[in-house]
Design a protein. Sequence first.
Length: 242
Amino acid sequence: MSPDSNMTTVTSSAPLTPRFEPWLAPLLQCNDSAYPVGGFAHSFGLEGMVQTGSVHDRGSLLACLLGPVKHGLSHIDLPILLHANTAAAENDAGQLVQLDYLSAACRAPSELCDAATRVGRQRLEMLQSVWSLHFDIPKLELPCQQAPVVAGIEAHVLGAPIDHAMVAYANGAFAAVLSAAIKLLRLGQTAIQQMLMECGQTLESILATARTIGLDEVGSFAPLLDTSSMRHERCAARLFIS
């Protein structure tokens, strides 16, 4: 008998090298808080709700995030982003214009509509000036330059899978509101990150809902957020544009 006959042979295989995804780094960059699209200047309605007392602590902030903010993402922004991505892939400029008008019409307070336009305009300018060095950027004439429409076009240009683009956009939207919350409420960085994690747990359901929303169903009902934003427009002093 061979001296090695009682030994167990273990076959090891080298770990598979993960496939490099060229769209991933650009997608992360476009949705990073440091990306210069002006989001830091907006609270997206939060400051108005703080002023009215509707949001005053961690619990009420989380309720706002998982209430009107989440609903707006699943019923307005992400469905529009999804349809804009499809229209960009089909080179349907007319549909992109219609989606741009629809996105603006779904935001009753002028502040919230203007915020989506300001961020979208900056995002489109960055797409055309930065990414045109390596990607083919279509020439577009968008009347309102709304953020979710531009994000849908951006995902097509970068070649990012639409689900990943929707997750990145929604996570960025939650993070933007929470970034403003640090300045408006007595909350620390740890609490903010915990809430962002909790919001992240809802992203799968948000995407699932967004995929079921047809264009004739796009819209959200958030009277408290809307009326607070309308009051905020006329405040004598405020930290944020919206």
